[in-house]
Ligand binder design. Structure first.
Ligand SMILES: *[C@@H]1O[C@H](CO)[C@@H](O)[C@H](O)[C@H]1NC(C)=O
Ligand SMILES: *[C@@H]1O[C@H](CO)[C@@H](O)[C@H](O)[C@H]1NC(C)=O
Ligand SMILES: *[C@@H]1O[C@H](CO)[C@@H](O)[C@H](O)[C@H]1NC(C)=O
Ligand SMILES: *[C@@H]1O[C@H](CO)[C@@H](O)[C@H](O)[C@H]1NC(C)=O
Ligand SMILES: *[C@@H]1O[C@H](CO)[C@@H](O)[C@H](O)[C@H]1NC(C)=O
Ligand SMILES: *[C@@H]1O[C@H](CO)[C@@H](O)[C@H](O)[C@H]1NC(C)=O
Length: 558
């Protein structure tokens, strides 16, 4: 009893300390966590993340190919008949990626690299063999016809003659030939001979969708990417592609090299859309935030490809400053005039409202002619092959597209294109890149082979590239997230305990002082009545003890 007050004092100090430390940690935790994370995540020579990215064997993805077997090509020109497509596959491959020619540029916090991709056939996950025969559109003939569309009649009639002699509207090839092995086609060789080395001619001697791609660095292009060394918010941003910050395939501003390269995402994700620069599509695409999902027991933000990428009229705001820059180059472009309007957006952070210009991105991606909802025109970046990329089975596309053929059944589970990011760290939990290749068939007056064909976006094949966190990575990630939670909740609990202690001590002191007052009053009465209890005696002693510690007097007893 004697040191009751000093005990309270120590407890109060501890409480105060806990409150202080707890709230300080709480306030700074996010900052501490982010800076620890930035240290871990920044791309530096020989960091763990660097080695994973560079292409250790820790990460491999799965790439499934599906073909549409075109079972009635002979009926193409018959009125009222639609192409019958039967999906075959999957032909499953293990897909690995490695980075080569890596050069760090500390002066501007970027890294430059080439990408080399490998595919290994995985029979156990496949439904079929690489020798399966597929009835496939004669893409070489379609491409040739498309290329000469605006050339002189001499070229057109020569090609018409050649195609009549040498080609049919379809080919029958094995899966292997259509993907990696490639097949000879006399039109390719003749084209090469006729044209010499004109640029914009494909550098191929064979045709195959992934011909020459296995193990090659020539297809992804050279990227210059931010490392996040200056600010972790920049990590993974594509700065240059093939040494330029613009592509030659679209008009400004659709030709900007922007968005992530798709491998790194800064920590601290919110619900804003994200974008990726895709070398395959030669442009950046937007993923729209669609909600939260759980993966490996970890909550993530899901972002999906939708109308902002697939529609032909997406509006986007640019600051005045930027559009002034577009103006010089694109004054005469119709896309700019059509949707050029000024809107004022009230920005709470800045006193003045900023002026934005609204640009119709659809117009500059259309390259003149627009296509229906759901198609991305990649003709310009595929050597003039009239290629159009969509989601598999024209998922999210204009229903007109799938009504042109038999055999398509889109569903969101199998055919959506998304990425799920753990929001605190920005680490991808689940990635599904699924794209379908379509070729635009259209009637031609000059090329006999294509006389009277209907205008159809004919689905050819699609692939499903799946990846994400491995079980190992997921459990480390869960630990990191636990650490974060412990930091947040631990500091909250600490601060609360400290606060609670102070309150309890305060209340107890208050009660005590009242009790002592009561007791003193009673004591006097009792002394007067000669009834002494030990308790009262001790109280008296305590009160008169000269050795009593000074600090006890902080709590006045009277
Ligand atoms: C594709 O269709 C053709 C003709 O109907 C058939 O002979 C062939 O076996 C089919 N291919 C596959 C892989 O099912
Ligand atoms: C395998 O392919 C055949 C036809 O090509 C199809 O009928 C079957 O459903 C496929 N099986 C799986 C598991 O996909
Ligand atoms: C790709 O190249 C690797 C290594 O050169 C080889 O092992 C693999 O079989 C090739 N894949 C295909 C589909 O040709
Ligand atoms: C950074 O510097 C390197 C080397 O000078 C250069 O190749 C690269 O284009 C630069 N990147 C940016 C974004 O300026
Ligand atoms: C696709 O792009 C090419 C080349 O940029 C262009 O000539 C063509 O008109 C476009 N086609 C459609 C249907 O959008
Ligand atoms: C844009 O897409 C819509 C929806 O598919 C379609 O109706 C419209 O014709 C397209 N616009 C142009 C200019 O093709």
């Amino acid at each position: 009893m004697r040191h009751c007050s000093s005990n309270f004092f120590y407890l109060a100090i501890i409480g105060l300390f806990a409150l202080f430390i707890g709230s300080t940690i709480h306030i700074f935790w996010q900052k501490i966590f982010q800076s620890l994370l930035s240290k871990e995540l920044t791309l530096r020579n020989n960091s763990r993340i660097f080695n994973i990215w560079k292409g250790s064997n820790e990460i491999s993805m799965n790439m499934d190919f599906y073909f549409f077997n075109w079972t009635n090509p002979e009926e193409l020109k018959l009125p009222g008949k639609k192409p019958n497509l039967i999906q075959v596959g999957p032909y499953s491959f293990i897909h690995k990626t490695e980075k080569v020619n890596i050069i760090f540029h500390p002066e501007n916090n970027t890294v430059s690299y080439d990408t080399r991709k490998f595919w290994y056939f995985n029979p156990s996950k496949s439904n079929g063999t690489l020798n399966d025969k597929i009835f496939h559109l004669n893409v070489v003939a379609v491409t040739a016809a498309n290329k000469v569309r605006y050339w002189s009649s001499f070229y057109q009639s020569s090609l018409s003659y050649l195609l009549n002699k040498l080609s049919e509207i379809h080919v029958v090839k094995t899966v292997d030939e259509l993907l990696f092995k490639g097949y000879d086609d006399s039109i390719i060789n003749m084209g090469k001979m006729a044209m010499g080395n004109v640029d914009n001619m494909p550098p191929y001697d064979k045709f195959g969708w992934f011909y020459l791609r296995n193990g090659s660095t020539l297809f992804e292009g050279n990227f210059n990417m931010a490392t996040g060394e200056d600010d972790i918010k920049n990590i993974g941003k594509a700065k240059n592609w093939n040494y330029k910050n613009k592509t030659s395939y679209y008009k400004l501003p659709c030709n900007a090299v922007e968005g992530s390269t798709g491998e790194f995402w800064p920590p601290g994700r919110d619900n804003n859309d994200i974008s990726i620069f895709s070398a395959d599509l030669c442009r950046s695409v937007t993923y729209e935030y669609t909600g939260k999902t759980i993966n490996h027991g970890i909550e993530g933000n899901k972002y999906e490809m939708g109308d902002k990428t697939l529609a032909n009229h997406t509006l986007r705001h640019y600051t005045h400053e930027k559009t002034k820059y577009f103006d010089k180059i694109t004054t005469t472009e119709d896309f700019f005039n059509v949707e050029h309007s000024i809107i004022n957006i009230k920005n709470n952070n800045i006193n003045n409202s900023l002026n934005y210009d609204t640009i119709d991105m659809g117009k500059c991606f259309c390259n003149g002619e627009c296509s229906p909802l759901g198609l991305i025109n990649v003709t310009a970046c595929r050597y003039g092959a009239p290629g159009f990329i969509s989601l598999p089975h024209f998922h999210k596309g204009d229903p007109v597209l799938r009504q042109q053929v038999n055999g398509l059944q889109p569903n969101d589970k199998d055919h959506s294109f998304y990425i799920t990011l753990e929001p605190n760290t920005g680490i991808p939990l689940d990635v599904a890149a699924r794209l379908q290749v379509n070729i635009l068939l259209q009637p031609s007056n000059t090329i006999d082979l294509f006389k009277n064909v209907p205008k159809i976006y004919l689905p050819i094949m699609w692939f499903d590239l799946r990846g994400g966190t491995t079980d190992n990575l997921a459990s480390s990630l869960r630990q990191i997230l636990w650490l974060n939670k412990i930091g947040i909740y631990g500091s909250t609990i600490l601060a609360s305990i400290g606060g609670l202690m102070l309150i309890i001590i305060g209340v107890m002191q208050y009660l005590k002082s009242r009790q002592i007052n009561d007791q003193n009053t009673r004591k006097l009465n009792m002394i007067q009545g000669n009834v002494q209890t030990e308790k009262v005696y001790m109280e008296i002693v305590a009160k008169n003890d000269e050795n009593q510690r000074n600090d006890c007097q902080l709590y006045s007893k009277n």
